[in-house]
Design a protein around this ligand. Structure first.
Ligand SMILES: NC(=O)c1ccc[n+]([C@@H]2O[C@H](COP(=O)([O-])OP(=O)(O)OC[C@H]3O[C@@H](n4cnc5c(N)ncnc54)[C@H](OP(=O)(O)O)[C@@H]3O)[C@@H](O)[C@H]2O)c1
Length: 343
């Protein structure tokens, strides 16, 4: 059987500057017959990730491959199997894998770096497999706070991009471990959600000119752990007021992705505040991931961990959803679902 599909492709590279939906095009293509080892997937939910920003610069030194111009953008998604020439996968199965941003996607994708796994039967909502239970969501937050950051009860943890996907979960996980948590977020609405809904102890506007003074007032002696999702000037300010010694876990640097002059952090506070600085991804902790997922499922079921999602609908919504990450449009995980996701 042969199929055609609509797909989202990249029209031009953008080394620096603000991503716009116009940098992408929706087109149609014919899919060749499935070969042995291939699976035809119908995506139900697409993960919209800031990490993609590094794949649309044209700079091959990024840790993930560049998206070739005119070809489908790839990312992580939850899909239903339509047809399979891979033993162990059958039509109707639900899986988590890399997918093309398309109505129909052939697995493995062009840039294959993630294994296909069955959707865990405990996960009822496809979007949750990408957010709170996802590799680039809850598992990133968990490994950052527990494995890399080793947050302890009684410590003070500062989280940047705190109302986003990873940050909202990282802050809650630190709270579950008994830490005091201060979130940094860009709007009053987001800061209210952090303190009133997610149990953060305080939330600050990272754009405030007196951010350093506000942090010092809230944490005499300084924070013990900084969970950094943004980098740049905000991170410089936080590192300058940290306790001695203290830890910084670098999850991401979103403030620098559009602006290659934004990396203003100097390492003086590593010396003056005795900081340990560690970058990481959850794949560095493979042995921790099964238990991490068990904890996340348990915390959500018992109401200790609240997943937040900004859900948009349909393939055409993907470019604007991605651009929206850099405008702070999302609260929690940015996800794009298709009609089938509700079935
Ligand atoms: N290490 C890993 O394995 C791993 C895995 C997943 C994600 N990440 C990284 O972690 C970071 C967060 O990812 P996410 O998926 O959780 O995204 P996200 O936080 O859900 O979305 C991005 C948020 O970042 C904030 N933001 C955007 N531009 C900013 C800027 N210039 N300065 C400060 N804040 C800005 C916005 O919130 P405001 O309204 O508050 O500004 C926006 O809502 C990203 O840097 C991403 O690349 C790393």
């Amino acid at each position: 059987m042969s199929f055609t599909t609509r797909f989202v492709s990249l029209s031009r590279y953008l080394p620096v500057g603000r991503v716009e939906p116009e940098h992408f095009t929706v087109a149609a293509k014919h899919l060749p017959e499935l070969q042995d080892g291939q699976v035809l997937l119908r995506p139900l939910a697409f993960s919209v990730d800031a990490t993609l920003r590094g794949q649309v610069t044209g700079d091959e030194s990024y840790f993930l491959p560049q998206i070739p111009l005119g070809e489908a953008v790839t990312g992580i998604g939850v899909s239903e199997v339509v047809a399979s020439r891979l033993p162990g996968r059958a039509p109707g199965d639900r899986v988590v894998s890399q997918v093309e941003w398309a109505d129909l996607s052939v697995w493995p994708t062009r840039d294959h770096w993630l294994e296909m796994t069955p959707l865990d039967p405990r996960i009822r909502k496809p979007a949750h497999a990408l957010g709170v239970f996802g590799l680039l969501g809850g598992l990133t937050a968990y490994t950052g706070i527990v494995e890399a950051g080793r947050a302890q009860a009684g410590e003070t943890v500062v989280v940047s991009a705190a109302a986003g996907n990873v940050g909202s979960l990282a802050g809650q996980i630190a709270r579950i471990r008994g830490a005091r948590v201060i979130g940094l977020a860009g709007s009053e609405q987001k800061r209210r959600i952090l303190t009133q809904k997610l149990g953060f102890d305080a939330a600050l506007d990272y754009r405030a000119a007196d951010l350093a003074e506000q942090l010092q007032a809230l944490t005499p002696g300084g924070p013990d752990l900084y969970f950094d999702a943004v980098g740049g000037a905000v991170s410089q300010t936080v590192m300058n007021v940290m306790r001695r010694p203290a830890r910084v876990v670098v999850c991401g640097l979103i403030s620098t992705y559009d602006d290659d002059t934004a990396w203003t952090v100097n390492i003086k506070p590593l010396y003056s505040n005795g900081l340990t600085l560690q970058g990481y991804t959850p794949l560095q902790f493979p042995q921790a991931l099964p238990a991490a997922l068990d904890h996340l499922v348990d915390w959500v079921e018992t109401g200790q961990l609240i997943p937040l999602e900004t859900e948009r609908h349909g393939l055409d919504a993907l470019p604007a959803a991605f651009a929206g990450l850099f405008r702070g449009e999302n609260i929690g995980k940015m996800v794009v679902t298709t009609t089938q996701a509700e079935q």
